[in-house]
Design a protein around this ligand. Structure first.
Ligand SMILES: Nc1ncnc2c1ncn2[C@@H]1O[C@H](COP(=O)(O)OP(=O)(O)OP(=O)(O)O)[C@@H](O)[C@H]1O
Length: 304
């Protein structure tokens, strides 16, 4: 991606990363990544295992220092910057707490540290997730532990909130509760939320903008609807599908008996659509998950 200057004059830009790189030895976990994150939107930071999502979030929240390039959060460098970091909440899976900490101690720390903390909201969420406040955190089940993070992230009302897959331990009902509470609260108290997840289909209605990281590089930085409209599946008799998709960028092809399904990266014109209809082909939308699986699948031996 081309190097562009930070647009610090634009108050809508809350994060600006330019050529951001994190190197471990000779390995680039994050490799010259440039993007802006705008205020009051929900972002999906998506990518396969080991793609670099957590490292990007650590760079954006000052938890690690870049090897090269730079990042500005609310116009300033986040590393060891208390003024910036008090506006940021970073929730990650498997957060460690002191051994003797009960749930109520964690919440009381969050209340003290986070200036926008909403105690009533936190209490309502404790009820929703049925979390026992008097229990030691180390005695909580994995799902309850995830719920602690989710509650802190939501009740923080931080202007910039990161959720690094903190909901992996939650069951499907609790995850839905998280998505519902996030959407409802975000509508009343707009803020910038960045979610990293593997469960792309689950969050696809939630996220407005998608950043896709693949092997440390930024593959997509796009509005979620625009990204979805980038590809579609052409289904029908194999020969007709092949004829129709010839010359287009094919992301995936599968054949089952006399039915072929080919995913193509394209926007079709009205004429294309009527040609497809005339040839007896079905044109189906591609889910965000399918599109990303097709775009980020690596060959064997290609792992980092
Ligand atoms: N401290 C470290 N030392 C060496 N390599 C590291 C370190 N931290 C991360 N990496 C490597 O950097 C790459 C990116 O890791 P990262 O945790 O950012 O990926 P991720 O996209 O969050 O993965 P997942 O979805 O599996 O959590 C991985 O190959 C990982 O092994």
């Amino acid at each position: 991606m081309d190097f562009v200057e930070h647009d610090l004059a634009d108050p809508d830009v809350v994060i600006s990363a330019r050529g951001l790189t994190k190197r471990f030895g000779t390995f680039d976990a994050v490799d010259h990544v440039s993007f802006d994150i705008h205020a009051n939107r929900i972002y999906g930071l998506l990518g396969r295992n080991g793609a670099g999502k957590t490292t990007v979030m650590q760079l954006l929240t000052g938890q690690t220092i870049e090897s090269s390039g730079d990042v500005a959060v609310f116009g300033e460098r986040p590393f060891e910057n208390a003024r910036i970091l008090e506006r940021v909440c970073f929730i990650k899976e498997s957060q460690k707490y002191p051994d003797d900490f009960k749930v109520k101690h964690v919440l009381s720390c969050a209340r003290d540290l986070l200036p926008n903390w909403d105690e009533d909201f936190a209490q309502a969420l404790l009820d929703d997730f049925q979390l026992p406040t008097g229990r030691r955190v180390k005695k909580l089940s994995r799902g309850m532990n995830s719920a602690v993070g989710v509650i802190i992230g939501l009740a923080s009302r931080a202007p910039l909130t990161f959720f690094d897959e903190p909901y992996l331990g939650l069951d499907a009902v609790a995850r839905q509760l998280f998505y519902d509470r996030l959407l409802a609260d975000y509508a009343e108290h707009p803020r910038t939320v960045v979610l990293s997840t593997h469960l792309i289909d689950e969050v696809s209605d939630l996220i407005e903008h998608v950043l896709v990281i693949d092997k440390g590089r930024l593959l997509f930085d796009e509005d979620a609807d625009t990204l979805r409209s980038r590809a579609l599946v052409v289904a029908g008799p194999p020969r007709a599908v092949d004829e129709f998709t010839a010359g287009r960028t094919v992301l995936h092809r599968e054949t089952l008996g006399n039915l072929a399904r080919t995913t193509v990266e394209t926007e079709l014109s009205e004429a294309d659509r009527s040609t497809a209809q005339g040839a007896g082909l079905d044109l189906e939308p591609v889910s965000l998950q399918q599109l990303l699986v097709r775009s980020t699948t690596t060959k064997k031996g290609d792992a980092r």
